[in-house]
Design a protein around this ligand. Sequence first.
Ligand SMILES: Cc1cc2nc3c(=O)[nH]c(=O)nc-3n(C[C@H](O)[C@H](O)[C@H](O)COP(=O)(O)OP(=O)(O)OC[C@H]3O[C@@H](n4cnc5c(N)ncnc54)[C@H](O)[C@@H]3O)c2cc1C
Length: 1144
Amino acid sequence: MAEIGNMSDIAGLVAGPKANNATTANAISPLDEDDSSLSSAASDIFDRLPSNKRASSGSWEVDANGNWHRYGSLESATSTGISSICSSTAADDVLKDRSSGPSSSKKRMSDGTIKVALPSSSISSGSAGTPRSIEQRGISTEQRGISTEQNGKLKPQQKRRGRPPKDKTTVQPLKPRHRTASLISTMQGDVKPRSAIPYTLPISTFASQCIEAAHASRLDPYVLHAGEHALLADRITSAEVTVYLNVRNAILRLWIQNPRCCVTVEEAAGCAKEGRFYGLAEVAYKWLTRNGYINFGCVEVPQNPTTSAKPKRALKQKTVVVIGAGVAGLTTARQLEGLFAQHSDHWLERDEKPPKVVILEGRKRIGGRVYSKPLRTQKPHDLTGDLRNTAEMGAMIVTGFEHGNPLDPVIRGQLGLQYHLMTDALTIYDTNGKPVKEKRDMLNTELYTDITDRTGDFRAMAQPRNMLKGDEDLIKRSRDPMPGGYNSFKLEPLPEPLGGKPKTVMKRGRRLNAPPVTEKLTGRAQVVEASTDTVKAAQAATEMGWKVKEGVSKHDTVSLKPIAEATLYPTLGAVMDNAITQYQSLLEMTSQDMRLLNWHHANLEYANAAPVSWLSLSGHDQDTGNEFEGAHSEIIGGYTQLPRGLMNLPTKLDVKFQSIVDSIHYDDHLEDDSLRTRIVCTDGQVVDADEIVVTAPLGVLKSEAIDFDPPLPHWKMGAIDRMGFGLLNKVVLVYNQPFWDETRDMFGLLNEAEHADSLNPSHYERRRGRFYLIWNASKTSGRPVLIALMAGHAAHQAEVTDTSTLVNEVTDRLRRVFSPSVPLPQEVIVTRWKQDPFTRGTYSFVAPRTQPQDYDLMAKSVGNLHFAGEATCGTHPATVHGAFLSGLRAAADVMESMIGPIKLPSPLVGPPTVKQETSTGFFARAAPTPTPVSRPQALPATYSSATATLASAEPQIKQEPSSMPLHSIPAAALPTVPRKSVCAADPSFWIPDTFDSHLTYETCILSLISSKIGDRALKPLRPGVNPFLLFTKAHWDECREFCNEDPKLRDVRNIIRTTLGIRWKALSEAEKVPWVEQSVAAQGEADRARKEWEAGVQRWDEEAKRIREEFMKERPPPEGFSGELGGDGGKRKTNVSACVGLGM
Ligand SMILES: Cc1cc2nc3c(=O)[nH]c(=O)nc-3n(C[C@H](O)[C@H](O)[C@H](O)COP(=O)(O)OP(=O)(O)OC[C@H]3O[C@@H](n4cnc5c(N)ncnc54)[C@H](O)[C@@H]3O)c2cc1C
């Protein structure tokens, strides 16, 4: 047992009666708790061997092998290699892998193009320097805070603030763009509309990038989010909703294109097409920032400029305590640090320092259920970058990076972690060790899918919520409505794919031809597109290829209603097993079919961490439809690198380890008691707090290991009770040599029923989850590692079965599949998550009594007590990204509690202004007197001129007058009279002596061009006026007045349109003639304007080219400059578009 015991010493998961509550957990010895986050340098993100081990891996191996020999001496057989005969249920996908050295990875950009990037390993290994994708976006290595030495090792950059890095290999984050870029920092608050919209980019491409960015942020590009709706619904017209959405999507575009660099408020303002929409830009920026849609993760946020003044005396400071350093806790803390920095003025104005954030973590390590345990046998050179050999005890799979995974910007964009893309190929082996025939496998897969779909008829439907919607057609063209509320000009048809049906955010179908296991990699249930109830079961089965029994007609079917309605709380398992039994009466089914169907049950039990008979029939898949896209992947070297990144970048979070929270005394805002808000730990430590965020898992809350004072309200306790917290366990097997097909990521094992060859579904329940799926984790561990899953009832059995019994059983199964000479593993780790006092299970599931709103209740704050964690994220529960999203949400809750809701600027939108093409004013913007009236119509017509003062004495630059101030820019930073010449002819003003980056060089060229020949003209809008529209326009006001007389007419615009339509139809042909003539004339005018524009831009392009070439001749570019920056405005090179050239 000494050897086996050592091998199963996973932190807090050790079998046995110890550590049944948080207090006893305190007694876990350091040996029990192997700490992957602290045993290498704490500031490391990448899980490398400690540096002394790195240099002499030989001695490390000897150590490990010393222990090992004793275990190895038990082995009787040597490895004989592989004997794998496979019948794949899916096409043999080509293995895509980022682990191999020089191979490149692909990242889909928001325009749908694929961007090739060097393996992010280059960050961790330092071998190849900078990921190309980042370089391509115009970010220099220096900007990212990374520098490379010639030998490829990373050289630390000097940090500006925060603690100095402890380890030389620490990756520094990118500084916010506006703090490093000279052009922006000299802007002095002057913002130009459209400056964040690249003029070199076709507007259609820009529009599609914006739409894609909204999708990638889990937002509907055409509809306000509930939070935006709540904020704006009473303050905004329907036309302004479109403008808002255009600006909001454009801000998201900036972020998605480069999440290593914060979007600044100036850039957000530059997404507005007119200055009068700065108010909307400000709201969008604040809402996106506050709610973690932009500027989140491991990125340094822009400090509020007013905070630079040093406090004169010791200031008070509030404290936010976050309980738990899992992904939810670290994300909450990280996000709060960023938000506090950005809102520091709120506290400084009150003579307070911005609040501090403290994390209390019971364990000795971070990560919680993300735990990559280092193996005893280390051969780190097998992984690039000397990453340690680890195995995942908890979360392992990133369920697709595309279409909204918030971890994408962090894992790939900011941390540059290596990952292995998994393939769908799966072979299932029967109990005799033979692979199941592909046809049989497919038949059962389809039958199982059919049964699942039939149970979908009993699903509780989410209530649709009506939010304000923008004009989809205009948003697809990135156009704002015409002023005056009239925008019904007919627009030319949209090109594909923009014109096609938009991909909705919340509903996507099953991946074509993907075997069910792949869907289950998402950890959630399948998407049901339509009810199968109308298709009779016998007919459906025949179409699948099943042979129906003699005498069965194609009209025979299965009926699940009686069983579904038999009890108040029906379970998925009961209904599905009933369906299987009914199908048995229609089809020729064998015991192998039963084993296969039960394999799928086991897979569902893995996804939900609970036997199917414990799952709610109506709600088990309540998160369906929120799945991400793209291949699933695993993090090479360990998923723990994600929580490490969150903890260390951009500055280290304050985590107090081994602080086991015993009780929480909070303010529920109900009673005015004198109790302080504080947290008491089991070791007697008392921590005062102003706000508390609890991220302890649902299992811990259920166990009542933490006392709440006052007790949690009934509604919260009710949700905690009703929700399920499940179990999944893993048996990790480490070998010397692989004996399986290394190109595969997984294989499946069927299990026998309790009574051999039984056709009774209940006889399979207890055994079906035993080692039913085995992952090949070698690619990510760097050692030959298999991870066998124990799901459903088997997960609970693993808690009470000793390790050697489990090892013998799985070895026996492997010998049957591969070869009798399969050796015993060198190292074994068995997880027993139920016994872990800091988790008490694995993840949440929807139990029969769970109510649809329970996840929301779990998330709801009680006074100054807030909640985060996977079980508080109803849209993505039981996942790492769900925990991450919950952390972002909880941070917003804390902010709301501390500084209140987002304040809207007033007025929100300025009146329409006429573009003053000829004006050359540099407008010193005096802040307008706030007016309580929010509707733009109520503003004085002279608003623009009244608030803009022309500094006529100074040299002037042609610029669109901005009638609205950007409220977020502090008054001090607003431009008054320029202090020095801004004469465009004086290049010394904006051309530096040296160019520190390609970006600076390119921006100078663009500035030069812009100063000499002005901006490239915008394409004239095509009026597309048809006679009816002209008629409508002419009679609009008259008709509106008429309609307004009736107060019951709610949607006036539509009624006006309809009325005018009827009137138009009633006109005779002769009466229509004047409108037809006007239309023809307008079209002619439009054609002329377009031709003029085409000729103009051609001249402009030629001239710009000439200026560029001359400049490059005079001022040779920095090394490696390809001139591509200017040519391709499609990608975000920086947060500043090329248009910022004139920014002073
Ligand atoms: C076996 C397994 C496999 C999984 N597979 C996947 C997968 O493939 N993909 C995926 O996306 N997700 C997976 N998950 C789910 C994922 O790991 C979790 O949803 C996510 O990590 C939860 O994060 P969290 O921050 O909410 O909770 P946790 O990570 O559990 O963090 C809570 C923290 O609170 C601390 N804590 C608890 N009690 C106290 C106390 N009294 N005092 C102080 N601190 C305390 C804990 O130590 C812990 O650090 C898996 C989980 C498990 C267990």
